[in-house]
Design a protein around this ligand. Structure first.
Ligand code: PEP
Length: 258
C-alpha cells in the first residue's frame, strides 16, 4: 500500500535561525503522528546545520534542487553527493520555478533526476501545466512530455524509484487550489500512463499534489484515491498550518487502512 507523504518546500526564505525555529516548532507535534512520511526541503546553506536535529525523527531532510552534473568545474553547483553528505534523503527536481525562472529544460530535469538516484536521494519530480496550457486543453500532453523525458533517460524503473508531484503552475503560490476532482484527474492520468507499461510500478508510485494546499483544503485533496499527499510551499513556513496538513495526511492514511 502507498503511504501518504507531505513535503514542505521552504523555497528561498528565512535565515538559519528562522529555519531552526521552524523545525523546533514542527518536530514535537509531528513526532506524535503516525506512519505518514514527512519531509522538509530547506535552503542549501541551512541543510548541514539542520540535519542533526532531524536524525532519528519522523521528518526527513530534503533539498530544493541539485546540479545535473557529477562534480568538478561547475561553479555554484551543488551535487547529489554533497546533498547526501549533508544528510539529505530527498531532493525536488523540476519545480516550475526552476523550469520557468531558470529555464531548465525537460532534459536538464531528467539529468538531475538521474543524479539524485545515483546518490541515493529520492527525487520529487514536479510536473504540471501553465494556465494557458490548461485553457488550451493540453494539460495531459504537457505532463506526459515532462514524465517521458525522465523515462527516456532512466527508464520507467527510475521514475518508480522517485516521487512525482503534480503541481499545476497556476495554483502555485496563487491561493487558487485545483479542486480535488481536477487533482484526481491529473493524478489518475499520471498513474494510468505509467500503468500502461507497468501496472505494479504504477500502483506503488507516490504522486503528490502541490499548489496552494492549506490546512483548510488538505483533507479533501488527500482523500482522493490517487493523491498520495502534498508538496507544500507557503503553508510549510507556518508551523500550525504545516502540522495541520500533516495531520490531514495521517488521517487520510488511517482512512485507507480501515
Ligand atoms: C510549491 O512551492 O511547490 C508550492 C506548491 O507552493 P504553494 O503551496 O505556496 O502553492
Amino acid at each position: 500500500m502507498r503511504g501518504k507523504l507531505v513535503a514542505g518546500n521552504w523555497k528561498m526564505n528565512g535565515s538559519l535561525a528562522s529555519s531552526q525555529a521552524l523545525l523546533k516548532a514542527i518536530l514535537p507535534p509531528l513526532a506524535t503522528l503516525g506512519r505518514a512520511r514527512y519531509v522538509v526541503c530547506a535552503p542549501y546553506p541551512h541543510l548541514a546545520t539542520l540535519a542533526p536535529a532531524l536524525r532519528g525523527s519522523s521528518v526527513a531532510l530534503g533539498a530544493q534542487d541539485l546540479c545535473e552534473f557529477e562534480d568538478g568545474a561547475y561553479t555554484g553547483g551543488v551535487s547529489g553527493a554533497m546533498l547526501a553528505d549533508c544528510g539529505c534523503r530527498y531532493v525536488i527536481v523540476g519545480h516550475s520555478e526552476r523550469r520557468s525562472v531558470f529555464a531548465e529544460s525537460d532534459e536538464t530535469v531528467a539529468l538531475k533526476h538521474a543524479q539524485a538516484l545515483k546518490h541515493g536521494l529520492t527525487p520529487i519530480l514536479c510536473v504540471g501545466e501553465q494556465l494557458a496550457e490548461r485553457e488550451a486543453g493540453v494539460t495531459e500532453s504537457v505532463i506526459a512530455r515532462q514524465l517521458d523525458a525522465v523515462v527516456r533517460r532512466g527508464g520507467l524503473e527510475a521514475l518508480g524509484r522517485g516521487v512525482v508531484a503534480y503541481e499545476p503552475v497556476w495554483a502555485i503560490g496563487t491561493g487558487k487550489t485545483a479542486t480535488p476532482e481536477q487533482a484526481q484527474a491529473a493524478h489518475a492520468f499520471i498513474r494510468g500512463r505509467v500503468a500502461g507499461s507497468d501496472r505494479r510500478l504504477a500502483e506503488g508510485l507516490t504522486i503528490l499534489y502541490g499548489g496552494s494546499v492549506k490546512a483548510g483544503n488538505a483533507a479533501q485533496l488527500f482523500a482522493m484515491p490517487d493523491v498520495d499527499g502534498g508538496l507544500i510551499g507557503g503553508a510549510s513556513l507556518v508551523p500550525d498550518e504545516f502540522v495541520a496538513i500533516c495531520r490531514a495526511a495521517q488521517g487520510a492514511q488511517e482512512a485507507i487502512r480501515i
